[in-house]
Design a protein around this ligand. Structure first.
Ligand code: SD4
Length: 345
């Protein structure tokens, strides 16, 4: 495919050679909340509440995305480039059946993608919903944010905009070409022995830059076999993703209908504003939704990641097997769901 990767303004390179890092950063579990510790201040050697930069994302497939995001941060210093190019990793992964064009089709057999990006400084946002045939919806969302006066484009309009912007695409209007592409994609997915448990859901990726600024993005093909035109939580600001540069950021994965009716990531950020640790804020949001639904958490299928301005991070999910990826300059790990044994009702 001919695709010229979009070029964006980049910040100054970080001078890595001048950085010193502790060799043994520790990550502890305090009262069920994952708290990062151990990054020594260069000058004083004192531990800080959290490390910067910090990248947090959903699911184990978030780890390679985080790793790429960190490399981009080190090369360019741009938190937006880090979010976008981190998410490219997941969107490009032909083995992934829930993000990007390898995602599960809707009930009409068509893959429709949702994506959102937010940039803390200036409180900027862009998103695309039910977009077809665009390889990197996160780039389309970023272009909406940066090149238009709007926040959200949907369906055919979103696709036309992405094409005008020169983003990589596959031919959805030629049945023959599309089927051919689809056959190749399915064959590639089949070849992978790793398709299975980890191969589901949305990538939500949050970045806290070394300068304390925040950005985030998410991308998904949404629920498999959804009604054509169905839009989930992911492209909706405050539902699948929310970034507030004064406080922190939160991202979601799971059943969009149980997330978007509660503006869940907005709620999590507001709870962090009141002083809750990111993990506590995720748990409190789930508890509130479970109570309102009068259901046990188990069948809600909602999972969240969050980080705050101080470099603390956390997560909680009603899926026992939910996991999330955390990356700093000293380590990159997949952590278990802190709420795995919590009953939310
Ligand atoms: C949606 N939250 O469309 C997204 C996708 C997802 O499990 O994470 N599904 O509802």
């Amino acid at each position: 495919m001919d695709y010229v990767r979009p070029r964006y303004r980049t910040g100054s390179n970080m001078n890595m050679s001048r950085r010193k890092f502790v060799s043994h950063a520790t990550i502890g579990l305090l009262g069920g909340a994952a708290v990062s510790r151990g990054h020594a201040d260069d000058a004083t050697g004192k531990s800080e509440p959290g490390q910067k930069p910090l990248i947090v994302s959903t699911w184990p497939f978030g780890k390679p995305a985080n790793d790429r995001a960190l490399r981009i941060l080190q090369q360019t210093g741009s938190i937006l480039d880090a979010v976008e190019q981190g998410i490219w990793v997941t969107e490009s992964d032909a083995k992934n059946s829930s993000v990007g064009l390898s995602g599960t089709p809707n009930a009409a057999g068509v893959v429709q993608l949702d994506s959102c990006i937010m940039y803390g400084p200036g409180h900027k946002a862009g998103s695309v919903a039910a977009i077809e045939g665009i390889v990197h919806p996160i780039s389309a969302a970023r272009r909406v944010m940066e090149k238009t006066r709007n926040v959200m484009l949907a369906g055919e309009g979103a696709r036309m905009f992405a094409l005008e912007q020169g983003l990589e695409s596959v031919p959805v209007h030629s049945r023959r070409l599309y089927r051919e592409w689809e056959r190749r994609r399915m064959a590639e997915r089949k070849r992978s022995s790793k398709v299975g448990k980890q191969n589901h859901d949305t990538i939500s990726l949050l970045v806290l830059g070394a300068d304390g600024n925040l950005a985030g993005g998410c991308s998904t093909s949404g629920l498999g076999h959804k009604l054509p035109g169905r839009v989930g939580d992911s492209p909706i600001v405050g539902s699948g993703l929310y970034v507030d540069n004064e406080v922190g950021a939160a991202g979601a994965t799971g059943l969009g209908e149980n997330i978007m009716r509660y503006c869940a990531t907005f709620l999590i950020v507001e709870l962090m504003r009141q002083g809750l640790h990111p993990t506590e804020a995720c748990m409190a949001a789930i508890r509130r939704i479970a109570r309102a639904e009068n259901r046990s958490g188990d069948d809600l299928a909602i999972n969240f990641v969050a980080l705050d301005k101080q470099g603390r991070y956390g997560a909680a999910g009603t899926n026992k097997g939910f996991r999330y990826a955390v990356t700093t300059l000293s380590e990159s790990r997949v952590l278990p769901n802190p709420a795995a044994s919590v009953a939310f009702r």
